[in-house]
Design a protein. Structure first.
Lengths: 258, 255
């Protein structure tokens, strides 16, 4: 815990060194994601719904996935830089540290500027929750759980991709295909996609289980209780996948660079 | 001209080194296009309008690789950090032109290996259409000012990084405006009446909305291309003025 606190403090100090840039970065990182919401808002003001979902309901989906993304990007920057660490040989230095490589990757560069994404996502989500008629204490508790689970699931998917880099030494392009594209898809109601993509978002890269299924249950679009349990199942089932791949990859790792 | 071609070629070849990775990336980009197509098909149902919007979205997605997804800050931030910006000032060609040719090599690469494949995938799997014969040439002509405008907007981010030694905020603000106003997923026609004309004739719309509309035959090229050309001229002039002004305050890092 002491190491965690020290590293978080160090990250904050280094990032807040240039105060103007730091504040501008927090604000500007949020508005990128806000533009994605504005686009769908512009479209849906011309139509009643998207696949039976109103703009307010879609806002809740977007909010959950973006909040989860913000949490992951705040703590998971090291995983995003896995390719760079492996290619430059700097990953070697993590092997001699007193904490596990994975823990170190997650806390060695806490990105406070990503909190701008979290703020905009929560604003969008609050607007959606209030206007879609689901505002209640139980729903707020569920929403908070889903946001946290989204953060954990995105982290787990990125651990798998980081582990892949042990073999390929390059994973940035794979990230676009497997994380960025699926994250965007999970912001929409899955019923607008064909079964192939819907199944990928349910069983392979299960980001849809964090957004579409539980919210469908709460909004009365399905009465299948599995929909509500789907986020928990996904997060739990991903744990052994991450663990095995990471450990196997780490054993296989040989240093590179100079 | 020989120097220009060699700068374009070097940048093209540098991009081509990572071809395998870029093919994966291109599929990711195609998925983004597919998501857009699904959104519009869900909204418009099985109608000719939905087919046109599917084509519009895929063409826009393909065009993003020669407009919005150009090298960040036109490579200038990277050069500020490693100090190679200094070399740009001692070469016979100006900083603006050097950047332009260097980014052009990357854009040519993107067009061949990302834009065309995305469009072909759309044609094969999503049933997107092809332009009317009379619109093919105007469409390709409209890509040129679209690229020049996008380059200049990226170059402004680069100029910001030369001046302030950081480009994240400028890049994010540029991305916000381009994402929202270029019309890649939501064309200007769907914005509120009070602002749709302003957006349709903004420099951002010139990078994506106008060429894509020309492609599907919903915009007169004799209206769209002059608008794009005006923006291209204005932004090039502004780039030259900003280059001259930033040269006075440049700081070289690295070494």
């Amino acid at each position: 815990m002491e190491i965690f606190k020290t590293l978080v403090k160090a990250s904050l100090k280094s990032q807040a060194g240039y105060k103007f840039n730091f504040i501008l970065d927090i604000f500007s990182s949020g508005i990128i994601f806000f533009s994605d919401f504005l686009i769908i808002a512009v479209i849906l003001t011309n139509f009643k719904s998207l696949g039976g979902w109103t703009l307010h309901e879609v806002a809740i989906l977007i909010s959950i996935i973006d909040s989860g993304w913000a949490i992951y990007r705040t703590f998971g920057e090291g995983l995003e830089r896995m390719q760079e660490l492996l290619q430059t040989g700097r990953f070697d230095t993590l092997l001699i540290r007193p904490i596990s490589t994975l823990k170190h990757l997650m806390i060695h560069a806490v990105q406070f500027r990503r909190l701008g994404i979290l703020v905009q996502a929560i604003i969008v989500g609050s607007w959606g929750i209030i206007n879609s008629g689901v505002f209640s204490l139980p729903f707020i508790i569920l929403y908070i759980f889903l946001v946290i689970l989204a953060g954990i699931l995105i982290l787990e998917i990125n651990i798998v991709l980081a582990a892949v880099a042990f073999w390929t030494l390059k994973n940035d392009d794979l990230l676009v295909l497997t994380v960025y594209a699926t994250k965007t898809a999970a912001s929409y109601p899955l019923n607008i996609f064909n079964p192939f993509l819907k199944n990928i978002l349910t069983f392979v890269i299960p980001l849809g289980t964090i957004t579409y299924f539980p919210i469908s249950f709460v909004l009365g679009k399905t009465d299948n209780i599995t929909a509500l349990l789907a986020p928990f199942l996904s997060v739990v089932l991903m744990i052994p996948v991450c663990s095995i791949l990471w450990k196997t990859g780490l054993k296989k790792y040989t240093g590179t660079g100079s | 001209m020989e120097k220009a071609l060699s700068l374009i070629k070097i940048s093209y070849l540098r991009s081509r080194v990572y071809l395998a990775g870029h093919v994966i990336n291109m599929f990711g980009s195609f998925i983004f296009g597919y998501i857009g197509v699904c959104v519009w098909r869900a909204l418009l149902g099985d109608t000719p309008k939905a087919d046109r919007m599917a084509t519009y979205v895929i063409v826009s997605q393909a065009l993003l690789w020669v407009t919005m997804f150009l090298p960040k800050s036109a490579y200038l931030f990277q050069k500020v950090r490693d100090g190679t910006l200094a070399f740009m000032f001692v070469r016979p060609m100006g900083m603006f032109l050097q950047s332009f040719y260097e980014v052009s090599g990357s854009a040519v690469y993107n067009f061949i290996y990302r834009s065309i494949p995305i469009f072909l995938l759309g044609l094969l799997f999503l049933g997107t259409g092809i332009p009317a014969p009379g619109m093919i040439l105007p469409f390709f002509i409209s890509i040129i000012p679209a690229y020049v405008i996008s380059f200049c907007l990226n170059y402004f981010v680069g100029i910001w990084s030369v001046k302030f030694l950081n480009f994240t905020a400028a890049q994010n603000i540029y991305y916000f405006l381009a994402n929202l106003l270029s019309g890649s997923l939501a064309p200007a026609d769907y914005f509120p009446d009070s602002i749709k004309s302003i957006i349709a004739f903004s420099p951002f719309a010139s990078t994506c909305y106008i060429p894509s509309k020309i492609f599907i035959g919903e915009m007169n090229p004799f209206v769209g291309i002059p608008v794009q050309s005006c923006w291209a001229v204005i932004l090039v002039l502004l780039s030259l003025i900003l280059t001259r002004s930033v040269k006075k305050s440049v700081q070289i890092q690295g070494g």
